[in-house]
Design a binder for this molecule. Structure first.
Ligand code: ADP
Ligand code: MG
Length: 232
């Protein structure tokens, strides 16, 4: 039996902008098992990013419950939530968010520095950069890397603290088709090698075909959820 990495129950979120209220999430129920690659698909504006931010504890729902690695995190205060987030979650965004004045290796190490650096971290950062195919680019700065390479550094950075869960929101949105396909192959390879749970918002069919779980969203709700491949 696999354990449940992420579970939501009746997550609601409303944004207020001026006099307008927008109900973005209208009762989201979903779950992802440990080790799974789950692909979240759906048209623009249905709440995919909002849901990912709530799961990643970057934002809070207005109501409903969220379990991360079996723990109910809905009631945690800011400090406890930040600690849980840093220990459990890695993020890959559409834009790489690398710091321009630092090398690839230093950028990968930033989340480790925010935690508290161990001697092992630099060794692991080098190993991760090797895994994403950038052994020869460790001392390059972001401006000296291609778009695909930058995003691979961002993937290594997401993994440095050994998160159990990696969240990726359209991580190839700024890449050309070839670099995008390469990044998807890499994410699948890393999931197989390291076993972290991966939730990814994408329109990519290769990723969807090779995922374990397909979740579709429509208008603030889960429209469909099915297991298409078993882990392992
Ligand atoms: P998706 O990722 O599926 O495209 P989002 O979660 O980004 O959808 O957004 C869903 C809806 O919520 C959109 O209508 C968007 O305009 C609105 N929205 C997102 N963030 C905010 C915000 N901070 N304030 C107000 N409205 C927002
Ligand atoms: Mg989005």
């Amino acid at each position: 039996m696999s354990s449940i990495a992420v579970k939501t129950e009746q997550i609601h979120k409303t944004y207020t902008s001026g006099p307008q209220q927008v109900d973005v999430l209208k009762g989201v129920d979903m779950e992802v098992l440990s080790g799974e690659v789950a692909v979240i698909m759906g048209p623009s504006g249905v709440g995919k990013s909002t849901l990912l931010h709530i799961i990643g504890m970057l934002d809070r729902s207005d109501s409903g419950q969220l379990w991360i690695t079996g723990r109910d995190v809905s009631g945690l205060d800011e400090t406890a939530m930040a600690r849980m987030r840093n220990a459990t979650i890695g993020f890959v965004f559409q834009f790489h968010h690398l710091l321009p004045e630092f090398t690839a290796l230093e950028n990968v190490l930033i989340p480790a520095m925010l935690r508290d650096m161990h001697d092992a971290d630099e060794h692991y950062a080098r190993e991760l950069l090797g895994r994403v195919g950038l052994s020869h680019r460790m001392t390059h700065k972001p401006s000296e890397l291609s778009g695909g390479e930058r995003q691979r550094v961002a993937v290594a950075r997401a993994l440095i603290n050994k998160p159990q869960i990696v969240l990726a929101d359209e991580p190839t949105g700024n890449l050309d088709k070839h670099s995008g396909e390469e990044l998807y192959r890499l994410l699948l390879e890393l999931n197989r090698a390291l076993g972290q749970t991966l939730l990814i918002v994408t329109h990519n069919e290769h990723m969807a075909d090779n995922a374990h779980r397909l979740i579709t969203m429509d208008d603030g709700r889960i429209a469909g959820q099915k297991v298409i491949n078993r882990v392992g």
